[in-house]
Design a protein. Structure first.
Length: 289
């Protein structure tokens, strides 16, 4: 079922017609009471009043970014999106559907990532109704449907990625935010197409390890950071030692044999890679003592 345009006309001009008919009926009753007009003419005013009251049921208002879904004897009769005061068949029932952009934050879900680690995750979903017929008739409650299906898609997406990235370069929940958000949006949209809803944006708002493993994973992250820092320090130190030896050789400052070069490299690496400040030792003998 897809949305289609429903019958309606401008309400303000139609109010003038109804008011004129109502005044004519009052005028007939007034003249029957004050003149010699036949009484049956006055009786014709009663159906006119009933008809006018029934016609008034056809008036309704449409606010900006809103649609009025019309039903005639249970069947879908179309949707009116034209703003302002409108009039339609008084037999039609009407249901208001908001077309405004809305958002909500899912509850914090506890799931296992692709590595089997328990994590907590939540997301903010921005959505909007684009087909009022599908939103009204294809699902029982489209608002509840959006929330339940969004959390289901979030759970499914979280199980497809690891929390932390690995050396293989595959995306992870913590390091590839844009890719994860796009995947989440597409996953939710696929579930909500039948409800006439469009997902504008889906972003992770909370991501953390579950409490029972949070401390262990924190230590793991700290160890990884220390190893990465040490690796960078060693790479830089080796480059500095090589540059120092090259400058000593090219500038002819001192001529070192292989044994003295090894000793110098060892001393420089200790100085550059050590965590504590170095303490100099003075050699009062010869270079070889």
């Amino acid at each position: 079922m897809n949305e289609r345009h429903g019958f309606s006309i401008a309400g303000i001009p139609f109010i003038a017609v109804c008011t004129a008919a109502f005044l004519v009926g009052i005028g007939l009753l007034f003249h029957v009471g004050l003149s010699a007009l036949p009484s049956w003419i006055g009786l014709t005013a009663i159906p006119a009043f009933v008809l006018a009251a029934w016609v008034l049921r056809g008036f309704f208002q449409v606010a900006p970014n809103e649609g009025q879904v019309l039903q005639l004897f249970g069947s879908y009769a179309g949707t009116v999106r034209t703003e302002g005061l409108r009039w339609t068949n008084p037999f039609c029932t009407r249901r208001r559907v908001s077309l405004r952009t809305r958002n909500f934050e899912s509850s914090k879900l506890k799931v296992n990532d692709s590595d089997g680690n328990p994590i907590e995750i939540a997301a903010v979903i921005v959505w909007q109704v684009v087909d009022t017929a599908e939103a009204t008739f294809c699902v029982d409650s489209y608002e509840n449907f959006v929330q339940v299906q969004s959390e289901s898609a979030l759970r499914q997406m979280a199980q497809s990625y690891p929390y932390d990235g690995h050396d293989d370069g595959k995306p992870s929940l913590r390091s590839h935010g844009d890719d994860i958000n796009n995947h989440l949006r597409d996953e939710i949209q696929a579930r909500l197409d039948k409800a006439g809803v469009r997902i504008s944006e889906a972003r992770i708002s909370h991501l953390a390890y579950a409490q029972e493993i949070a401390q262990a994973m924190l230590q793991r992250q700290q160890a990884g950071a220390i190893i990465a820092a040490r690796q960078r320090i060693v790479d830089s130190a080796v480059g500095m030692v090589a540059m120092a030896l090259e400058k000593l050789r090219t500038q002819g400052v001192v001529d070192l044999d292989e044994e003295r070069k090894a000793a110098m490299v060892s001393n420089l690496l200790v100085v550059l890679c050590g965590e504590r400040g170095t303490q100099p030792v003075l050699n009062t003998g010869t270079l070889h003592n």
